[in-house]
Design a protein around this ligand. Structure first.
Ligand code: UDP
Ligand code: MG
Length: 194
């Protein structure tokens, strides 16, 4: 099996809370290989490309997560957000998201290994930290929800971005890193796990 690669971005809340080491450790100890890493201040342009307005299913997906959270809590989306249309809600959230990812330095990384995309998502946990299992990064270090975030007109502080599927990973890795920033070496596990 060809090893997969996936993009992880530690968002400004993770950097400001001093959780860089803690988070990297979790990916490292499972056997994933860090092949690229840099700290940067994200520009509006990069944020716009990373969270593309043109990807309707992504925008709608964010709106749906808010609607599910409201349903669980018995909250009326029309009262809170002025609409119950997932796409309209998603567009509002996306603006907050761009503001958040550009609000301070982030740490961008590429992790490599078998099933890297799925493994990283599993270790990361549910988008809403409230719903994320204990043992996952989001579940262990945050309690945030759509309800709390929307009430403050901000994106959910869930510490990190992780590519959702291999196609998204390929697009995002090319967007954030040039070929010569991605490295190649062998980890000891590779021999043991053969
Ligand atoms: N988000 C939010 N409110 C929501 C849903 C999503 O603020 O109701 C933010 C959250 O920071 C999330 C990001 O939008 O990480 C991207 O959403 P996506 O559905 O791609 O979740 P992820 O892939 O990060 O788990
Ligand atoms: Mg996503």
């Amino acid at each position: 099996m060809k090893p997969e690669r996936t993009l992880v971005v530690l968002k400004p809340d993770a950097v400001k809370r001093g959780l860089i080491g803690e988070i990297i450790t979790r990916f490292e100890r499972v056997g994933l290989k860090l092949v690229a890493c840099k700290m940067l201040q994200v520009s509006r342009e990069l944020a716009d490309k990373h969270y593309p307005l043109s990807r309707r299913e992504f925008i709608e997906g964010m709106g749906k997560k808010t609607l599910e959270n409201y349903k669980d809590m018995g909250v009326d989306p029309k009262k809170e957000m002025g609409t119950d249309d997932p796409y309209e809600i998603g567009k509002v959230i996306r603006e907050w998201l761009v503001e958040m990812i550009t609000s301070g330095p982030v740490l961008a990384m590429v992790w490599e290994g078998p099933h890297a995309v799925e493994l990283v998502r599993k270790i990361t946990g549910h988008t809403l930290p409230l719903k994320a299992e204990p043992g996952t990064i989001r579940g262990d270090f945050s309690f945030d929800s759509s309800y709390l975030a929307n009430a403050k007109k901000r994106a959910i502080k869930n510490l990190l971005h992780a590519s959702g599927d291999p196609e998204e990973a390929e697009y995002e890795i090319n967007l954030w890193f040039s070929k010569d920033e991605i490295h190649s070496y062998e980890r000891a596990e590779e021999k043991v796990m053969e």
